[in-house]
Unconditional design. Structure first.
Length: 434
């Protein structure tokens, strides 16, 4: 957990500063790597944060209403300029988009209502692998950013196996550094408490204690599969001719939720994450290429409850989380500025859920409207929600501080997520276990 000083997140008991990353720096951290985000609505908003920060507005004009089941998979690949035919005006500095694909939840599962149920339960590893291998663009220095909707750890385990298969073959991503951010768990709660659970009848009406037992058992299976598959087996690296393939797995705790969810049950799920991930990390051999970390998403949201809208973090919080994850990657160490040097980041009002105690959703401030989102909802209003409107707006941010003027690039950032102002202190809200 931590606190905010203005709009600056300060982890508890920490006093050092870490880097606020602008688009060019984010691309340098991600260059040559494959980043996968797996989860449901809050995880998708974190994905939006990163994608729209890297290329402003990239996902703001596509119907990606996750609560309306319009999102099953999103896959984006950027290649260094010169490897593609041209560059859009909003492309990341030095990169051009080479591949952008989206699938609805039904399409991810093969189509129709049965496809939707299959995608919610989680596909088989070979099905995930076929979809992921279809994006065969890549090459030296390319950046891949993938989202897969995942409600249960059974699907997460199959996805980890599928990623491992793609990386162990002749794919352009076989030698890519991998980062996998997962946030899974809420479905166990609403299945176990008999709310919405068409896809997992085995979890229906279990009650709190058996529900937690099922969550823990499936989380452990996911962690074992991540160890076995992502780095080529045994957690010690492999694939690509025996070379170690660096990979980092983040397991996020659940976001702070509205009063109609039991905080006791959510706390039990989050406590299981905080127990099981360190235990799995401690079992890894000292030479393991796999790194397991807990991302304290719950603490981040709870430290700024005014920025949690309808159970979903605001753009401000999602960008802090995205920065935190990037700061925690091993490949970022050579690119980050020295800790202990304060920096500031300022953000436009459209990046926030609240300004001056009033909601910014459709407020009169610049970019605070939801024109595209409202047009989509005018023809299909199913599950149209204010928290999604808040994500589908341009968000402009700028790093300030002693390093900003001297930093390479120095460009103004713009993304789908963000927060307003403040100095970033402390390590990211991701605790390294190994």
């Amino acid at each position: 957990g931590g606190t905010f000083e203005g709009d600056t997140y300060v982890p508890a008991g920490r006093s050092c500063f870490v880097s606020v990353l602008e688009p060019a720096e984010m691309m340098r951290v991600l260059s040559g790597g494959w980043t996968v985000v797996a989860g449901k609505s809050n995880a998708f908003m974190t994905y939006m944060a990163l994608a729209n920060a890297l290329q402003p507005g990239l996902l703001l004009h596509t119907d990606l209403r996750v609560t309306a089941e319009k999102v099953g998979l999103v896959d984006i690949i950027w290649e260094p300029e010169g490897q593609t035919g041209g560059s859009a005006a909003t492309s990341p500095p030095g990169f051009s988009p080479a591949h952008v694909s989206t699938l609805t939840l039904a399409s991810l599962g093969g189509g129709g209502e049965e496809g939707t149920l299959r995608a919610k339960r989680g596909l088989a590893a070979d099905q995930y692998a076929s979809l992921l291998a279809a994006a065969d663009r890549g090459g030296h220095g390319a950046v891949r950013l993938t989202f897969v909707l995942c409600k249960y750890w059974t699907g997460g385990a199959a996805l980890a196996k599928a990623i491992g298969r793609v990386r162990s073959g002749s794919s352009p991503w076989s030698l890519a550094a991998l980062s996998l951010y997962t946030q899974v768990g809420l479905a166990y709660d609403y299945c176990g408490m008999n709310m919405w659970c068409d896809e997992r009848q085995d979890l229906l009406k279990l009650g709190p204690a058996p529900m937690k037992d099922a969550f823990v058992a499936e989380l452990r299976a996911f962690l074992r599969e991540a160890d076995a598959a992502l780095c080529g087996g045994g957690g010690a690296g492999g694939g690509g001719g025996g070379l170690p393939l660096p990979c980092t797995v983040f397991v996020g705790t659940l976001t702070a939720l509205p009063h109609y969810w039991s905080f006791e049950r959510i706390a039990a799920i989050n406590a299981a994450v905080r127990d099981e991930v360190p235990r799995a990390a401690a079992a890894l051999p000292p030479t393991a290429a796999l790194s397991l970390r807990v991302a304290d998403v719950y603490g981040l949201g709870l430290s700024r409850p005014d920025e949690v809208l309808e159970g979903h973090m605001s753009p401000l919080l999602h960008l802090w989380l995205a920065w935190g994850l990037l700061n925690a990657l091993p490949q970022a160490r050579a690119l980050l500025r020295l800790a202990g040097c304060p920096e500031e980041a300022s953000f436009a009002p459209a990046c926030k859920a609240v300004v001056g105690g009033a909601s910014t959703v459709r407020m009169g401030c610049e970019d605070c409207g939801c024109a595209f989102y409202d047009r989509v909802c005018a023809t299909d209003s199913f599950e149209c929600r204010d928290f999604e409107c808040a994500q589908f707006r341009p968000c402009r941010f700028e790093r300030r501080g002693p390093h900003a003027a001297a930093a390479e690039g120095g460009e103004r950032g713009e993304g789908g997520e963000g927060g307003e102002g403040g100095r970033r202190r402390g390590p990211p809200p991701a605790q390294q276990q190994r």
